[in-house]
Design a protein around this ligand. Sequence first.
Ligand code: NAP
Length: 257
Amino acid sequence: MNPTHPLFDLAGRTALITGSSQGIGLALARGLGQAGAGIVLNGRDQARLAAAAATLRADGLNVATAAFDVTDAPAIANAVTRIETEVAPIDILVNNAGIQRRALLTDMTEEQWRTVLDTNLTSAFLVCRQVAPRMIARKRGKIINICSMMSEVSRPSIANYCAAKGGLKMLTRAMATEWAGSNLQVNAIGPGYFKTELTKPLVENVEFNDWICKRTPAGRWGNPDELIGTTIYLAAPASNFVNGQIIYVDGGVLASL
Ligand code: NAP
């Protein structure tokens, strides 16, 4: 007996997850693969990408790789064309690649501002500009944008990141508005604090670590695997009438003062 409910079955689907050579993206890729999807991993560092692909293949998953920079429009166009012709049509796109460049606004350089906006917000527009028209032609597609609690609230030193993630929340709604009629479902996930390379400076900061554990009703950091269930739901037929939603997976932070 197949234990997977058909509403959550991703067999025969192909998912491109940007920024999936480590951290949250890699966890989501593994989860989507375990739910039956073929996986296309992405990142800039070829060696890290190859190592990530090897770990998923060792788990028996069907994995391809596509090294490209999500801020580089011509590279994205080439990669998406190659994936669609040599791997498979993309049914599921997870716009996950993201970076952090912390600085107080008065000290923030133009480079820190632009790099974070380009990588965390403009990237979703650029990748979707290649993938969405193909999904629209097929009248089927799932797009999941990885937002943040910083789509709603802020802290000192991350204004660039907040502007990008707030923008990504509204871009999600705009995409849903334009593409729902073509049977694309565009939604987002807003993770709370999860232990990855991105948050390493925060995990290692004893004062911050104590504060976030007290501030989070669940009393702890999240594990990237705890984002998999929501991702499978938003990638699967179970969410076929869900559009423009941002689901926060944050241990209750945004629900509490
Ligand atoms: P991470 O561990 O630093 O991983 C980031 C991934 O993105 C890496 O695979 C990296 O590979 C790739 N990447 C970065 N820039 C890229 C670019 N220009 N083009 C292609 N790939 C690129 O980060 P993470 O914590 O897993 O975060 C993943 C996403 O979740 C981000 O959007 C982040 O904002 C969001 N998020 C994280 C948390 C958290 O607590 N960790 C909370 C809320 C939201 P290369 O460097 O090799 O390119």
